[in-house]
Design a protein around this ligand. Structure first.
Ligand code: SF4
Length: 200
């Protein structure tokens, strides 16, 4: 099976969305098909690893919760790769920007759609997702109407926070998201707790 370019593998708590607080092994696949202006993720560098090498790395951690992230993991992650880690006993989640359909076999889909993906959400996710997590901030298009989206368990808005600024310096970003949710109560706000608390 093909190797994957891995930017990093680390064990931490999920900091946002419907799985907040869950201990997960984060596997960041290098490469993305977008260049969002607010992106704070280093996704360019990657070391090629075989699936067996990735599995060995995962096995040093006690959790069996694996989170594929990026970059954009759907560019390279295949059905057979997901099947390999399922057979090894891992529950698999994915974080995706919505531009590509996810591989078969993923247990939890968290889609954070970027504007380039808005037109493709129905065709890429015909069965729906576990959570929509739309970035919310100045210069970003407002999320589509919920009725136009494939179904989900959770509908989140995630205010864009700059990790290099204090929270108090970003109150207006949070307050505009709070105001939007108060007016559109079908949405919930998801704050990036890892940036608030200071963990990876
Ligand atoms: S889709 Fe995500 S990883 Fe890719 S550039 Fe945008 S924010 Fe960064």
């Amino acid at each position: 099976m093909q190797d994957l370019p891995i930017n990093e593998i680390f064990y931490s708590l999920q900091g946002e969305g419907g799985q907040t607080g869950l201990a997960m092994i984060f596997v960041r696949i290098a490469g993305c098909n977008l260049r969002c202006p607010y992106c704070d993720t280093d996704f360019l560098r990657g070391k090629l690893m075989s699936l067996e090498e990735i599995l060995t790395s995962l096995q040093q951690f006690p959790s069996r919760e694996l989170l594929w992230t990026g970059g954009e993991p759907t560019l390279l992650l295949s059905d057979s790769m997901v099947a390999f880690f399922k057979k090894a006993g891992y529950k698999q989640s994915i974080e995706t920007n919505g531009t590509m359909p996810p591989p078969q076999g993923i247990d939890y889909i968290s889609c954070s759609p970027k504007p380039e993906a808005f037109e493709r959400l129905t065709s890429n996710f015909p069965q729906g997702v576990n959570e929509w997590r739309f970035p919310f901030g100045e210069g970003i298009p407002l999320p589509p109407e919920i009725a136009s989206l494939p179904p989900a368990q959770h509908y989140f808005l995630s205010p864009i926070l700059d990790p290099h600024k204090t929270i108090s310096a970003q109150r207006s970003a949070l307050q505009s998201c709070i105001a939007y949710v108060l007016e559109h109560p079908q949405w919930k706000m998801s704050v990036q707790t890892h940036k608030l608390v200071g963990f990876q």
